[in-house]
Design a protein around this ligand. Structure first.
Ligand SMILES: *[C@@H]1O[C@H](CO)[C@@H](O)[C@H](O)[C@H]1NC(C)=O
Ligand SMILES: *[C@@H]1O[C@H](CO)[C@@H](O)[C@H](O)[C@H]1NC(C)=O
Ligand SMILES: *[C@@H]1O[C@H](CO)[C@@H](O)[C@H](O)[C@H]1NC(C)=O
Ligand SMILES: *[C@@H]1O[C@H](CO)[C@@H](O)[C@H](O)[C@H]1NC(C)=O
Ligand SMILES: *[C@@H]1O[C@H](CO)[C@@H](O)[C@H](O)[C@H]1NC(C)=O
Ligand SMILES: *[C@@H]1O[C@H](CO)[C@@H](O)[C@H](O)[C@H]1NC(C)=O
Ligand SMILES: *[C@@H]1O[C@H](CO)[C@@H](O)[C@H](O)[C@H]1NC(C)=O
Ligand SMILES: *[C@@H]1O[C@H](CO)[C@@H](O)[C@H](O)[C@H]1NC(C)=O
Length: 781
């Protein structure tokens, strides 16, 4: 009976709640008229109910907020972000003289949102479906004029229609300011502004410039899945985003300095990663970095109790997390920080290095941010000692095994022969080929300590069982994954597709040779793993992805100024020269292309995927092949048609790459409507007319050396000559590029001058600049 009663009661409560909320919605108004009030029990919703404005409080402090009711239900605007009011008595009031204000019992003075210079009786404040709360004056002749609008005072959300920039008429600036902490909406440390003069978005941290987007030249474009528009006239100059579809786009500037696109979940900017030493991703260099901090040092989230024997506190409620980070960064004895007492995230606790006692970062409970030194990532002193110990033990053991092996050499060798390499199934290194193993081990300790042999389990744990989240891309010879070794080192792990028929020994020999190729412009092979049929290569990890990621994207291409591009061209040519001439093997790459050029943290180029072609086609090293590896658009005519290759086919691909770097356009996707020319043909036509500078990427501003550009184009055209013998060698190329010897021969009409007719017909004219993130496929390694 009792439970029945309570059920009854519950149903009644539900019905009552339903009725009240429903009647609420039905009676919801869209606007406030003179003399009307909005209190903490009422709200105003836009016509289609997309946005509502109301007083609400989460942590006791009450704010007048505009909340989006569809989708994620997020506050997009705060009227009184710095001045919370009392929830019980707060009212928003539009009075008869046109003043829009917030009053609350414990405040002597109201918070004035709008104050009219002349009394205006016929006003109305309306919440629109765009999320804009507008105070309008209704004139007797039927027209309306806007007196005030919430879009002019953005908080941390940029909605379509909001402006970032400056009005020259009122000298009002539109900018976003982040929250102080993730809980407190007060004015925080970061601001997002539009700089009309340089036409770029900037993020500042307490007036310190942290990040810039680079110049946005076009009036409209796409950036991180967002369509943007730039307006500049005598009255105002601003940046705005616009909705392209039903889903609502909105950018949020977080208290950490991250600027994110809430629609796509994409990071527009990571000002939290800007430490003043790096320029990647738009970060800006600072004049002063503390002497004790170095490139690569960064804060990382940790859970635990940083049990150092020295702590200091700073209880300042105007300090958010990024202020604490800044103070810790600048104080050389600081090794970690967290918020003051963990209650409302303001204020700081710092943990210091006490040289007499050291530090111990115990595991356990709370969240703090640890300063991880660049050297820590490579391994601490402790690890060095452990490694030395392990290596020493291994040396002793292997010496012993070697002794045994030598003693039984003949016996073992015979056994091995009998077992035979004929069995096609490859077995784990540890079990098969014991003889070769010992020999390898011996060799490795002699000279090859840099090439690691990893076991399969550690590869699996490094890549999270080859999880798709860790997949970096699909290369010519198999997929590539990001991995983290137990030492904390980040690596790229290439899982070769199972098409090579090479035996284990040949495979290992080949790897030994490839790992000997060491040049600053080649991606370094760090190790390998063989397990049953799997062959896995471990390479150094390149944080900046590949060249095509920047080159063929409207906004990212601006990060590559001419100096960087020339540096990349030079680096690639040096890398190829090394492969062709100075390495012991004379490697022909056969698949040079923009996605095979990876970039390190300083945007220096590194060639990847070299030596694999050779490994996959051992038996065909004579110069013709039936299996053509390569990418359409980069292949020389003789290779594409007859399958013959030489160093000159690499020179051809280099020429294509060079022209792509100069023009910022893909050879295959460039298409001239009038003449059916590909990029090479177009370059040649321009060169022939003496207009070669027109080929230059329009996103490069004027800071280039015209002679250098012309020389590059000239060299590029020489490299794509039809006959292999007419193309220069890589050493010629380098001396021409560096102007040791001026290019003398004139280029002839190049090969593959006219694009194939059956091209899919996409145009790529200068005007049409579309974000290419969709078509981008990650680096191939
Ligand atoms: C404004 O309008 C209200 C209601 O119509 C009226 O009572 C009041 O006198 C008017 N005030 C002025 C200043 O016109
Ligand atoms: C209507 O009246 C207002 C002020 O009375 C004036 O500023 C505005 O220009 C008028 N609009 C038209 C279309 O006459
Ligand atoms: C607006 O920004 C400009 C610089 O961008 C600055 O000179 C000006 O003082 C700012 N105005 C206001 C009202 O903050
Ligand atoms: C600038 O403002 C003036 C006066 O309000 C207006 O007449 C003019 O059309 C505006 N210019 C532009 C480009 O909007
Ligand atoms: C560092 O640790 C030693 C030993 O525990 C202690 O005596 C000393 O006061 C500490 N120094 C500071 C600055 O806390
Ligand atoms: C707190 O920080 C603000 C801003 O940096 C500063 O003006 C104020 O003096 C600080 N207060 C204390 C008690 O340190
Ligand atoms: C670093 O922090 C410690 C502890 O709060 C303080 O004693 C020291 O003065 C600070 N150093 C500098 C350079 O601010
Ligand atoms: C955060 O807490 C501190 C003390 O714990 C207090 O002084 C400060 O007013 C609080 N700030 C906010 C915005 O609640």
């Amino acid at each position: 009976m009792v439970s029945c009663k309570t059920q009854f009661l519950l149903v009644f409560v539900y019905l009552w709640l339903w009725w009240t909320t429903c009647s609420h919605v039905i009676s919801a108004k869209h606007s406030l008229k003179p003399g009307e009030k909005l209190n903490s029990k009422t709200n105003i919703c836009s016509e289609n109910g997309i946005y509502c404005i109301s007083f609400s409080s989460s942590t006791g402090d009450c704010y007048l907020q505009i909340v989006r009711k569809r989708g994620d239900s997020w506050s997009v605007w705060f009227a009184n972000r710095n001045e919370p009011v009392d929830a019980e008595s707060a009212v928003l009031l539009l009075d008869h003289s046109g003043v829009l204000k917030i009053e609350s019992k414990h405040r002597e003075l109201p918070i004035i949102l709008y104050f009219s210079p002349q009394p205006a009786n016929n006003t109305m404040a309306t919440l629109l479906d765009t999320g804009n709360f507008v105070l309008q004056q209704l004139h007797p002749n039927g027209t309306k004029s806007v007196l005030w609008q919430s879009f002019d005072y953005p908080t941390d959300n940029l909605l379509p229609g909001m402006k970032l920039g400056v009005s020259y008429k009122t000298s009002h600036n539109w900018s976003l300011v982040s929250w102080l902490t993730s809980e407190i909406p007060n004015l925080g440390a970061f601001s997002l502004e539009w700089q009309p003069r340089t036409r770029e978005l900037i993020i500042k941290r307490r007036e310190q410039l942290c990040w810039t987007s680079g110049e946005l030249r076009n009036k409209e474009g796409f950036m991180h899945n967002t369509h943007y528009r730039i307006v500049s006239n005598e009255n105002e100059s601003y940046f705005t985003i616009t909705t392209s579809n039903e889903e609502l786009t909105r950018w949020v500037l977080l208290e950490t300095g991250q600027l994110i696109n809430r629609n796509g979940g994409d990071d527009v900017a990571r000002a939290d990663m800007c430490y003043g030493y790096n320029t990647d991703g738009g970060c800006q260099k600072w004049d002063e970095i503390p002497i004790c901090r170095h490139r690569g040092d960064a804060f990382e989230d940790r859970l635990g109790y940083p049990s150092t024997n020295m702590e200091s506190y700073l209880a300042n409620s105007s300090y958010g997390p990024s202020d604490c980070q800044d103070i810790c960064w600048k104080n050389c004895s600081c090794i970690a920080y967290s918020d003051y007492d963990g209650n409302n995230e303001t204020g700081c606790t710092f943990y210091h290095w006490n040289s007499t006692k050291g530090t111990n970062l115990a595991s356990g409970g709370m969240k703090f941010r640890l300063l991880v030194k660049n050297t820590d990532r490579k391994g601490t002193k402790k690890w060095i000692w452990i490694t030395i110990l392990i290596v020493a033990t291994l040396v002793v053991i292997s010496a012993f095994v070697l002794f045994l092996a030598l003693k039984n050499r003949k016996l073992l060798f015979k056994e091995e022969r009998r077992k035979g390499m004929k069995t096609n199934k490859m077995t784990d290194l540890a079990t098969a080929n014991r003889f070769y193993d010992v020999k390898d081990l011996e060799d490795e300790f002699k000279k090859r300590q840099d090439l690691k042999v990893l076991n399969y389990t550690s590869v699996l744990s490094a890549t999270d069982d080859f999880s798709t989240e860790n997949k970096l891309g699909q290369g010519g010879f198999g997929p590539v994954y990001k991995g983290i070794l137990p030492t904390g080192q980040e690596v790229a792990i290439k899982r070769l597709s199972k098409t090579s028929t090479q035996g284990i020994v040949e495979f290992k020999n080949e790897l030994m040779l490839i790992s000997e190729l060491q040049h600053t412009n080649l991606v370094q092979l760090l190790g390998f793993c063989i397990h049953e049929e799997e062959r896995i290569l471990i390479y150094e990890y390149m944080p900046n992805k590949s060249l095509d990621f920047y080159l063929f994207d409207c906004t990212r291409s601006m990060l590559l100024d001419w100096k960087k591009r020339f540096n990349i061209i030079e680096g690639i040519s040096q890398g190829i020269l090394y492969l062709h001439k100075y390495s012991r093997l004379k490697i022909i790459h056969r698949d040079l292309k923009a996605s095979n050029i990876l970039l390190d943290e300083n945007m220096n180029p590194k060639i990847s995927d070299f030596g694999l072609a050779r490994m996959f086609m051992q038996q065909e090293s004579t110069g013709t092949t039936s299996r053509i590896v390569g990418t359409y658009g980069y292949m020389s005519p003789e290779y594409a048609m007859e399958g013959t290759f030489s160093t000159k086919s690499d020179v051809y691909s280099f020429g294509v790459l060079l022209l792509e770097i100069v023009s910022g356009r893909k050879n295959t996707s460039f298409y001239d409507v009038d003449h059916l020319l590909n990029l090479i043909g177009h370059a040649w036509e321009l060169w022939n007319q003496g207009e070669s500078l027109q080929l230059l990427d329009p996103s490069l501003n004027d800071s280039f050396d015209p002679d250098e550009v012309k020389r590059c184009i000239h060299v590029g055209l020489l490299c794509v000559e039809h006959y292999a013998n007419d193309r220069p060698t890589m050493s010629n190329v380098i001396s021409m590029l560096t102007n040791e010897s001026a290019p003398v021969t004139l280029p002839r009409r190049p090969a593959f001058y006219v694009e194939r007719k059956n091209f899919d017909g996409k145009t790529s004219s200068k005007e049409l600049c579309v974000d290419s993130t969709d078509e981008f496929t990650a680096s191939t390694y």
